[in-house]
Design a protein around this ligand. Structure first.
Ligand SMILES: [Zn+2]
Length: 259
């Protein structure tokens, strides 16, 4: 998942925004939708109709369209020409292929990085793992899934290879929705301890162990996926309204600045 950094607190989800805050507004809609998607609250195959989403968020269709394109780029939804935007509908057999591909690529990534990262880079990874632990402890499943994916993207980024980064970005994005749908709520996508062990092996310069730990880690995630996890039967409009309100709430009581 890329750059879903915190949006400015001054953004509001109403159309009459200053040009500078329009981007923030899109970012907030993006945050709301991606959170609902990664929490697995929108059933696979659900169509996200532009006009309906625009009405719920009280923004223009154009703005919603931009957000949907971003979500499509990140593989959280499928954009089908002449049909529209749909929540991805992955299968467990696709999961097997995707995790196999990740083991092949990411086993190579960590072997490449072993003993080559600076202390600052190692610290970046460790700090990120702490954020994951905090999200997990707070029970924020969507954020936990996002952060877990980001950990792997940070590793890919350290390779400084555009092809590796691009391929992994797609694989990791696809994985996120698999986890959202097929992993029981009680399981954590990337157990933080497993990430720590991978970082330890990289820091120690142990290529074989780093690669092995990554293989084991990805295999463990795969085994946590289960067919027919509790099916979600929530009304998609209700889900979107709640997602909207969740991002609006922090904005509802702006720290009153001097008048
Ligand atoms: Zn992981």
């Amino acid at each position: 998942m890329q750059r879903s950094g915190p949006a400015g607190c001054k953004a509001r989800l109403i159309p009459s925004l200053t040009p500078g805050s329009m981007v923030e507004s899109e970012d907030l809609i993006y945050q709301a939708l991606s959170k609902a998607l990664l929490a697995g609250e929108l059933p696979p195959g659900t169509q996200l109709i532009e006009t309906r989403v625009a009405a719920i968020f009280e923004v223009s269709r154009e703005r919603v369209r931009k957000v949907l394109h971003r979500l499509g780029h990140e593989r959280l939804i499928d954009l089908i020409p002449n049909k529209g935007a749909f929540v991805t509908d992955p299968t467990l057999s696709q999961a097997r292929e995707i995790y196999e591909a990740r083991r092949i690529v990411e086993g190579g990534v960590v072997a490449r990085l072993a003993g080559r990262l600076t202390l600052t880079q190692i610290q970046t990874l460790r700090k990120h793992s702490e954020l994951e632990a905090q999200a997990l402890a707070a029970g924020d499943r969507a954020r936990s899934i996002q952060l877990s994916g980001q950990f792997h993207q940070i590793l890919a980024g350290f390779c400084n290879n555009a092809f590796v980064i691009r391929e992994l970005q797609e694989l990791i994005s696809r994985t996120s929705m698999l986890v959202a749908f097929f992993e029981p709520d009680s399981a954590s996508q990337c157990a933080c301890d497993e990430h720590h062990e991978i970082v330890d092996a990289i820091q120690e310069g142990d290529m074989a162990r780093a690669s092995k730990m990554m293989h084991i880690h990805l295999s463990l995630i795969e085994t946590r996926l289960q067919p027919n996890s509790t099916p979600r039967t929530l009304d998609s409009d209700d889900v979107l309204r709640r997602a909207r309100d969740a991002v609006r709430e922090p904005l509802a009581k702006p720290a009153r600045k001097r008048k």
